[in-house]
Design a protein around this ligand. Structure first.
Ligand SMILES: [Fe+2]
Ligand SMILES: [Fe+2]
Length: 357
């Protein structure tokens, strides 16, 4: 079915059979007036590969990534590239990063990497950079300007002077609800780089930004938060179409601030609860988020997954592939003027959290 949205573009939805239709997935792509402009990419995030000892790794986390890689390789049409959204490792060690890199090496085609805090705080990104290259960079692809930021940096005094060992620093950052942690930030140096980088880009060029933490403020207690989010948003505000994709939160979130659309990536490892339901603390979860229908504790993969994303709209449009759940498509709806969960936004169809078990 083709839905025509405006003169210039429309969203085309098609169902693609994968592996003999055992796992059908819906792919959404934005098709421009000139079909040769269309493209897609796949997005995998938060695999948290965790060493037990020697060459033993936590099975569930391995399986989540292996499955996402296999499904990505079966996509038709083939995505132009794959983004890995950060937290490849759990404790940032060489064996974990090496093992994660080996699992990702099975992906066909180019992979771009985003730094997560679990990859970073053991050796401050040194080994990760040896494997995957720069921690922040930009690239052009078919008329879209892509930016990758390292958003999980923090104050030097916390990073360098506070901990007796690097392992302890990593362990403090690995805890979700830990008052010894420190707020994430992009930082002055990268913001200056971003300003210069964007100065070369025309205002009507679609801009897509990848960060690990949300470049918006949702819940500080769990670092669903970037302390200098507003400063980064201000640099992106002059552009007509900006989409920010982030990992880290292990749940579905989406939002629209001015011309900036925000969409989170699912984790392949485990889901986090929504802060309000678990910590019973005030959160700034965007109103536009329809919370995941959570979760069967006896099913290890429930509410984890990965997604396939449309880029060219300049609006969030993501298809969530949840294990043993219906595929959900969250896409910008031009009539409503904001992203909609096409399956569950309709009140008649909406499933409240926890009602299906
Ligand atoms: Fe994570
Ligand atoms: Fe993270």
């Amino acid at each position: 079915m083709d839905i025509k949205y405006d003169r210039r573009s429309f969203i085309k939805t098609s169902t693609v059979g994968v592996a003999g239709a055992a796992l059908p997935l819906t792919m959404v792509e934005l098709a421009f007036a000139k079909p040769s402009d269309n493209f897609t990419f796949a997005y995998i995030s938060d695999s948290h590969i965790q060493q037990i000892k020697g060459n033993q790794f936590v099975r569930n986390w391995d399986r989540g990534l292996i499955r996402a890689v296999a499904e990505t390789n079966l996509l038709t049409p083939k995505p132009d590239f794959v983004i890995f959204g950060g937290d490849l490792a759990q404790m940032g060690s060489k064996p974990e990063l090496d093992h994660g890199a080996e699992l990702l090496s099975k992906l066909n085609g180019k992979v771009y990497h985003v730094m997560g805090e679990h990859d970073y705080y053991l050796d401050l990104g040194e080994y990760w950079s040896k494997l995957f290259g720069k921690q922040y960079y930009s690239f052009e692809h078919k008329g879209v300007h892509f930016v990758v930021l390292n958003s999980i940096l923090t104050h030097d005094e916390w990073t360098f002077n506070r901990w007796p060992t690097a392992q302890q620093r990593m362990a403090e950052m690995a805890g979700l609800d830990n008052p010894n942690g420190s707020p994430f930030m992009v930082g002055v140096k990268q913001r200056e780089w971003l300003k210069k980088d964007l100065a070369k880009v025309k205002k009507d060029t679609p801009v897509v930004v990848f960060s690990h933490s949300p470049l918006q403020k949702i819940y500080k207690g769990w670092n669903f938060w970037t302390d200098d989010a507003e400063e980064v948003q201000a640099l992106l505000a002059p552009f007509d179409k900006v989409t920010v994709f982030y990992g880290h939160v292990h749940q579905i979130q989406y939002n629209q601030i001015g011309n900036i659309a925000f969409t989170s990536a699912m984790a392949t490892a485990w889901p986090w609860p929504y802060p309000q339901s678990y910590a019973q603390a005030q959160q700034l979860l965007p109103k536009l988020t329809v919370q995941m229908n959570r979760a069967d504790p006896f099913f290890e993969r429930d509410a984890t997954g990965w997604q396939f994303i449309d880029v060219n709209s300049g609006r969030a449009s993501a298809t969530f592939n949840l294990y043993n759940n219906k595929v959900r498509t969250v896409a910008f709806d031009p009539q409503a003027g904001h992203p909609m969960d096409k399956t569950y936004q309709d009140p008649d169809k909406r499933i409240q959290p926890q009602t299906h078990y």
